[in-house]
Design a binder for this molecule. Structure first.
Ligand SMILES: [Zn+2]
Length: 238
């Protein structure tokens, strides 16, 4: 019985195609997870920027309220200056007004500083919004692309699986169980090309007997990795 190495080459090519499709199918969800994580990070950054802005706004409002109250108090003291009973009382009140005006000037500086910070934080929120929107669009684009790719890959996988099943019918029946066991255990490495010197899968050196069997187109299994070996198309003995 002599084997058709062309059949083994075709089977090996199909098994490799299926491995490749499987890998590409795994890559899609990984890509989606990466962009989704990116989007989540930008969403978190936006929330944080908004929270910081809100906090600064509250602090600024509180300080402005405080300034307003103090200014009202100073006005109140100023009216009281006219109704002082003694010079001492007048002087005390004047000193307090001067001290409060000084404190208010500090407060005004602080308010100005807060307003500048508010501007920076507002810009920060705008930038975060843009980043988040960009990441959302990217996330959608990648998800759509992966879904489309997956559809094509599923169809390709079905097609090759069908073709493989058809080709496997050509395997001699006494070798079919061994073939199935190899494919189940090793996937595409169930088969391996050889240049008649070493195994193409594991580099194990072939014995003269193995080379002889290959030339006679007998079923040959690698003594290293166990794969079913065949000669490549361009080999003179193939
Ligand atoms: Zn091997």
């Amino acid at each position: 019985m002599s084997l058709d190495y062309g059949l083994l080459r075709t089977l090996h090519r199909m098994l490799r195609q299926l491995t490749d499709i499987g890998e590409r199918m795994d890559k899609g969800p990984r890509k989606v997870r990466i962009v989704a994580a990116n989007e989540a990070n930008f969403s978190k950054a936006l929330d944080e920027a908004k929270a910081a802005l809100l906090e600064m706004r509250k602090a600024s409002n509180a300080k402005q309220l405080q300034l307003g109250e103090r200014e009202a108090k100073i006005e109140d003291m100023k009216t009281k200056l006219n109704v002082c009973d003694s010079n001492k009382e007048f002087q005390l009140l004047k000193d307090r007004i001067a001290a409060d005006l000084q404190a208010n000037s500090v407060l005004q500086d602080e308010i100005l500083e807060q307003l500048e910070k508010l501007d920076v934080l507002t810009d920060g929120v705008d930038a975060s919004k843009k980043n988040h929107e960009k990441s959302q669009a990217e996330s959608k684009r990648v998800s759509d692309e992966v879904a489309l790719d997956l559809k094509a890959l599923v169809a390709e996988k079905e097609r090759i699986t069908g073709e493989l099943a058809g080709k496997e019918k050509e395997i001699p029946s006494d070798l079919l169980i061994q073939y199935r066991r190899l494919v189940t255990g090793k996937g595409e490495d169930a088969l391996g090309a050889t240049n008649t010197e070493t195994c193409g899968n594991c580099n194990q050196t072939l014995t003269p007997q193995t080379v002889n069997d290959l030339m006679m187109k007998q079923p040959v299994f690698c003594k290293g990795c166990g794969c079913w070996m065949y000669l490549p198309e361009n080999h003179p003995s193939a």
